[in-house]
Ligand binder design. Structure first.
Ligand code: GTP
Ligand code: MG
Length: 360
């Protein structure tokens, strides 16, 4: 929502105005009028206090909307070559980037095509991370590359990947890998996938299948083309200006630089100097680095960046929101911490109650 008043918020949450005003005063905000629109941050804080949730809808009206690169995640059965495929793709990205060979570990990289198009790949460490991020509402992935080894065929985690992609409503592009192997049989893989209900292109459906070898680095161009084609069909666009809506893909603690988060902007622009709340952490963006480690002033949609300046370590899947001031950031972060702690305790006590019930 945008600019809800205290009166409306009271109506929506079913709480008295007095209660909400009390909370406002507690968090150090003054309220001039009950009919004065609240900022989204304050509304979220109040809603959290009374146990309601606020969904931030990012208004894109009247702003510049431009095509954006697809964000791709690789999934598949153990040992089918996910890491090898990412490495092979990453090499083409490093070759394309004149910075030459500097691959700091970012958890993401960008492959740039001669046509000027690009693809963002995420190094997600497995299906669990994908579903955890999705469960937390972080819909960063546009397309799943399903890696299936041509000699091994469809296996349990292949099926798991398919169901994750389906549940997330993310289209699949199949990469039949290890096609260099003598035992490779991509026709068999296709039949297996078809019998799992995947509507493959060869068979009149729209799921593209590309034969690759991560080892011999063959078919990578075709895979990239297939991904761009899929992206084109999806007509991926994003608002470029305005406040950023972004997600954490990975976070780590750096000895000198403190907490670092790899982030992907979904919409808007993230800029140096902005105050942010990241999950339940907060900070002010001190530096933004691109995939090759160069400093950048800002991050635009689908561009993986590393941000520096957070006070604590966020988690993968955390949302990043830009707020007006440090005070807001602190306040919202504190409010969220309190809520997370409350939810955690609630979960524990619910768990205990269940245990008790079971033991009875
Ligand atoms: P996990 O992360 O353990 O699930 O495995 P993964 O899917 O990342 O597979 P990984 O890339 O580690 O590859 C597993 C094995 O298959 C390694 O020994 C690779 O060298 C080999 N491999 C990967 N791609 C190819 C390929 O295209 N051809 C051949 N012949 N071997 C490959
Ligand atoms: Mg791997």
């Amino acid at each position: 929502f945008d600019g809800m008043t205290l009166v409306e918020l009271a109506k929506r949450t079913g709480e008295g105005i007095g209660v909400l005003q009390g909370i406002l005063i507690n968090v150090g905000e003054s309220i001039d009028s009950e009919f004065y629109p609240l900022s989204i941050d304050i509304a979220e804080l109040i809603a959290m206090e009374v146990g309601a949730s606020v969904k931030r809808i990012h208004v894109s009206e009247g702003k510049e909307i431009l095509p954006r690169p697809p964000v791709v995640t690789v999934m598949g059965h153990v040992d089918h070559g996910k890491t090898s495929l990412l490495d092979a793709l990453r090499q083409t990205s490093v070759a394309a980037n004149e910075a030459g060979g500097i691959t700091q570990h970012l958890g993401a990289f960008v492959v740039s095509m001669q046509s000027g198009a690009s693809i963002t790949f995420l190094d997600t460490p497995g299906h669990a991370a994908f579903s955890a991020m999705r469960a937390r509402g972080a819909a960063v992935t546009d397309i799943v590359v399903l890696v299936v080894a041509a000699d091994d065929g469809v296996m349990p985690q292949t099926l798991e990947a398919i169901s994750h992609a389906k549940a997330a409503n993310v289209p699949i592009v199949v990469a039949v890998n290890k096609c260099d192997k003598p035992a490779a049989n991509s026709e068999r893989v296709k039949l297996q996938l078809a019998s799992e209900g995947l509507l493959l292109e060869d068979m009149g459906g729209d799921i593209q299948v590309v034969e690759v070898s991560a080892l011999k680095k063959t078919g990578l161009d075709n895979l990239e083309e297939a991904l761009l084609l899929q992206a084109e069909v999806m007509n991926l666009k994003a608002r470029v200006d305005g406040p950023a809506q972004a997600y954490v893909v990975e976070a780590r603690l750096h000895k000198g630089r403190g907490p670092l988060a790899t982030a992907i902007v979904k919409a808007g622009t993230l800029a140096c100097g902005q105050h942010v709340v990241v999950g339940s952490e907060w900070g002010r963006i001190r530096a933004i680095r691109d995939v090759v480690g160069n400093l950048a002033e800002r991050a635009t949609p689908a561009m993986p960046v590393e941000i520096e300046g957070l006070k604590g370590l966020p988690m993968a899947g955390d949302d990043i929101i830009v707020v007006q001031s440090e005070e807001r950031a602190r306040m919202l972060s504190a409010g969220r911490k309190k809520k997370f702690e409350r939810d955690r305790l609630l979960k524990i006590s619910n768990g205990r109650a269940e245990e008790l019930e079971q033991s009875e």
